[in-house]
Design a protein around this ligand. Structure first.
Ligand code: ATP
Length: 440
């Protein structure tokens, strides 16, 4: 049986992954049956009612049918006990998927669509209820039960991903002892840098070198001490062993969709026109030079490939993306690029940019053939003239300049990275002819 859980926490406390870890440990201890590595999925990062990273969890328990009710009781009891029910925005949901319901192509395709839409689209709770009722799943919810959406998505991910259907990564979460929740975290910084040095790039997003920052520990009052992310379980545990920190209550390894870019929709796959609260990969040409606006954010526009020129779209690199803005500021009209990011208020919030072709040709006022001085405009649409020699030229010169940046892929640094965004360093494992410029 697969159990999916979501929406149990609030900004003031708990973390759905912690509740999952408590349940997995409890079931292992009770010896009910083998329990799988739990899954942690990050769903649509633009959902307004998310607490933080729009995460949901699931695990599978291999158990005799007669014991299923007992497992459900324990899950319901822990969710009811531990959820932050006083907070308005906490609406827990749990979904139980019976393995026998997964045998048909139809059920698999329904779960696949649901999971993929939960990461890329904005769903209604009715979308979850329809599947639950059609496939005869059991569920449980509290308050408005909105967590059912994430719970079904996390359970669906596990059902499909266990056959390596989707790209995945790992995160080892370490949880604090209860008496320390809400106090400042004790983590020896030097040991974290050492752990990163010993295991990067098999682990990633532990530190941000460019910004001299440790990024693997939250600052909220939640039970998480830190989380080590990566592609190799061995490297993750090696890093864990090297880190000196306050004693942990427990730790739990999750298989996740973090660092996969699964939220991004290619323009050709977009069902409708570009919509807010969706994340895209868009090819185009820079159509206005970048400008820095109040607050240090950098804004420019691109004309989308294959679309009418008036369909150009604004892109923004926010101040927290730090050094990434320096790359964006180097872009010029005519550069061929691909932008990656979420659409909010009709503006793409940049997560990555791929520069395919830099426009090296720059138009300049011509130089005088006689004296070499720069010619001046002779008036609107009247060419250029050398004030000194009186020579005349009709057009500007086109000169090839060195642009100071290279083509290839650039990304926001780890301090500004979304959980689901793929760090460029993971692309070293792919066959791509694009150069990568990791942003850390
Ligand atoms: P944390 O990261 O601390 O676990 P969170 O950011 O995951 O918190 P939740 O408290 O889980 O936030 O709230 C997100 C809510 O949005 C859940 O109720 C979930 O069911 C719902 N949800 C998730 N994805 C979608 C989606 N694509 N469309 C509509 N609702 C969604």
């Amino acid at each position: 049986m697969i159990v999916g859980i979501d929406d149990t926490d609030s900004r003031k406390g708990l973390c759905t992954t912690y509740l999952c870890a408590v349940l997995v440990d409890e079931f292992k201890k009770r010896g009910y049956g083998e329990v799988s590595t739990p899954r942690l999925v990050r769903l649509n990062p633009c959902i307004p009612f998310k607490t933080r990273g729009n995460g949901a969890v699931s695990f599978e328990i291999m158990i005799a049918r007669r014991k299923e009710e007992k497992v459900k009781e324990v899950v319901k009891a822990r969710v009811s006990e531990l959820s932050e029910l006083r907070e308005e925005e906490t609406n827990p949901g749990v979904v139980f998927i019976d393995d026998t319901a997964l045998n048909t192509e139809q059920s698999e395709s329904m779960l696949k669509n649901f999971y993929e839409n939960a990461v890329r689209e904005v769903l209604k709770i009715e979308n979850a209820y329809e599947i639950i009722s059609e496939l005869h799943f059991d569920y449980f919810g509290l308050k408005n039960k909105r967590g059912i959406i994430g719970a079904l998505a996390a359970a669906s991910f596990l059902a499909l991903q266990k056959n390596n259907y989707y790209d995945f990564t790992y995160e080892l979460m370490a949880y604090r002892r209860k008496e320390r929740w809400g106090t400042s975290r004790i983590i020896e910084e030097a040991s974290v840098w050492k752990a990163d040095e010993a295991t990067y790039p098999l682990t990633w997003d532990t530190v941000d070198v460019a910004n001299n920052n440790i990024v693997f520990a939250p600052h909220s009052p939640c039970p998480v001490l830190f989380g080590i992310r990566g592609d190799s379980i061995d490297a993750i545990y090696k890093a864990y062993e090297l880190i000196h920190a306050e004693p942990v209550e427990r730790k739990m390894l999750f298989v996740t969709n973090q660092g996969t870019d699964f939220h991004l929709i290619r323009l050709e796959d977009a069902k409708e026109n570009l919509q807010d609260y969706h994340s895209y990969v868009l090819d185009g040409m820079v159509s206005s030079n970048p400008r820095t606006i109040e607050g240090g954010h950098v804004l420019f526009s691109i004309a989308l490939s294959g679309k009418p020129a008036e369909k150009s779209i604004e892109c923004i690199a926010y101040e927290p993306t730090k050094g990434f803005r320096d790359i964006i500021r180097e872009l010029r009209v005519g550069d061929e690029i691909t932008v990656f990011g979420s659409l909010k208020k009709k503006t793409i919030n940049l997560e990555k940019v791929a520069i395919s072709k830099l426009n090296n040709a720059v138009e300049r006022n011509p130089k005088c053939d006689k004296c070499g001085r720069t010619m001046k405009s002779a008036g609107r649409l009247q060419g250029y003239m050398c004030k000194h020699c009186g020579t005349y030229r009709a057009d500007k010169d086109v000169v090839i300049v060195d642009r100071g940046i290279e083509d290839g892929l650039y990304e926001v640094p780890p301090v500004a990275r979304r959980h689901i965004s793929k760090p460029l360093i993971r692309m070293r494992m792919e066959e791509t002819n694009k150069k990568i410029h990791p942003g850390r």
